[in-house]
Design a protein around this ligand. Structure first.
Ligand code: SAH
Length: 352
């Protein structure tokens, strides 16, 4: 069978041109787009308001490349992890985090990751490819379904904090946000979406220029270049001064205050000296800071901070005027928490 094109990778113009070539009326484009996005059709035969001749042509030429939920695991705290099977057999993971009325989907942007952050389990899976916008979109649709099935509630928030580095898959990530937020897609508010990055200064600026109105989180994790480069090699080409400049640009362009994420690593970045240094960073940019409890990974060199050390650290930050929140880990028992996504389910082990 000749390779079929993914219809959801076509631009609007491409779809119009194809319809014209097939002598189909232009208004079919709107109907098709509604099926492939808003109604998340799994096959062309579902497209009931299209004539059968057109459905046949679509079937012959295109595929929909749908993502499927292959396996779900539910944590004792209600967090659900789903292994998502892509149409080429690769697997990524998505996580649903229920918290009161808030239903957050954490989605992946790449299969594996090319960055080698020392504390993260995903770093051990070689980056295989970028996800398409449609594959990110499908994760959201499927997590929304899981949220309704399990909790009777629709998704309220989306975070790009699953596998991969969103800003290294810039084009498709931006496209996915546009579809998720557009009335022809899911019509979600961009203020409920957060893109998290390990810190690529140039792409933070590019994101600001896209004017998507989404939130931005920077995985800071260390208060100075020396320490940050030890745990995040990406820092060597994106040092703190450049990142701070890029965050200032983001804030000045969008008016949206970026979040700094800081995983507290025992004895490495949680001392009073670290807090003092971190305050010089937070004071130099408009931002808020989320302290994340570390989830140890198999064979990893880091441990979570001791409770009293963490308290002293956060108290110093608060006293110094930083807007500080402590984020508790969710879904640890099923390896669904931050930095634990490593395709440890049965199916993925066979496939990858
Ligand atoms: N590549 C992006 C998206 C991943 S987001 C980024 O780096 O921001 C996942 C968040 O969890 C990041 O802040 C990441 O640094 C953090 N993280 C990674 N491993 C972790 C771990 N083991 N425990 C807690 N947080 C972790």
């Amino acid at each position: 069978m000749p390779d079929k094109k993914n219809i959801r990778a076509l631009s609007d113009e491409d779809l119009m041109a194809w319809l014209a070539k097939e002598k189909e009326p232009a208004f079919r484009s709107k109907q098709i787009k509604e099926w492939i996005w808003k109604k998340a059709a799994r096959n062309f035969r579902e497209m009931k308001n299209l004539p059968s001749g057109l459905i046949e042509k679509l079937e012959n030429e295109f595929e929909l490349g749908p993502v499927r939920v292959n396996e779900t695991q539910i944590s004792s705290d209600g967090t659900i992890k789903a292994a998502m099977l892509l149409s080429d057999g690769l697997v990524v993971e998505s996580v649903l985090i229920p918290k009161g009325k808030r239903m957050t989907a954490c989605v992946s942007s790449q299969v594996g990751c090319s960055l080698s952050c020392k504390f993260c389990a995903t770093a051990r899976i070689k980056r295989k490819r970028n996800l398409l916008a449609s594959e990110i979109f499908d994760q959201v649709v499927l997590m929304d379904r899981l949220a309704r099935e399990h909790y009777g509630q629709a998704l309220t928030h989306i975070v790009y904090m699953g596998m991969g580095e969103p800003l290294l898959n810039f084009k498709e990530v931006v496209k996915s946000v546009r579809i998720i937020t557009s009335p022809e897609g899911l019509g979600m508010s961009p203020s409920r979406i957060t893109i998290s990055t390990a810190g690529i200064a140039k792409m933070i600026r590019a994101l600001a220029d896209e004017n998507l109105r989404v939130n931005l989180a920077l995985s800071l994790h260390a208060p100075d270049d020396a320490k940050r480069s030890q745990i995040m090699p990406i820092n060597e080409v994106n040092p703190l001064e450049d990142l701070k400049d890029a965050l200032r640009y983001f804030y000045n362009t969008t008016g949206i205050r970026p979040t700094l994420e800081y995983v507290a690593l025992r004895g490495f970045n949680d001392t009073p000296e670290d807090a003092r240094k971190l305050l010089t960073v937070t004071k130099s940019i408009v931002s808020k800071i989320n302290i994340i409890q570390y989830n140890p990974i198999d064979g990893g060199e880091f441990l979570p901070s001791y409770g009293n050390q963490l308290k002293r650290f956060t108290d110093l930050l608060k006293k110094g005027g930083a807007i500080t929140t402590i984020r508790r880990s969710r879904g640890k028992d099923i390896d669904a928490a931050c930095g634990q996504l490593a395709n440890k389910n049965k199916l993925s082990e066979q496939k990858q």
